[in-house]
Design a protein. Structure first.
Length: 64
């Protein structure tokens, strides 16, 4: 586990990185059919997660 201190000027970047990593992990859980009941309740199901959250996030992704 890598724990780093974040300075106030870096909060936005840190929050964005945390959000993107969390969404990618949730996508892995969705693919493996391992989403928790809380995940499903929060996103109103896997279809809603993919359509409303993950797909829109992926559209904003930088080409690497």
């Amino acid at each position: 586990m890598d724990i780093r201190r974040v300075h106030p000027v870096d909060y936005r970047l840190f929050q964005a990185a945390d959000f993107l990593c969390t969404m990618e992990l949730l996508e892995l859980k969705r693919v493996n059919r391992d989403l928790s009941p809380n995940d499903l309740r929060f996103f109103n199901g896997t279809k809603e997660f993919t359509k409303t959250y993950f797909k829109k996030m992926r559209e904003k992704r930088f080409a690497g």
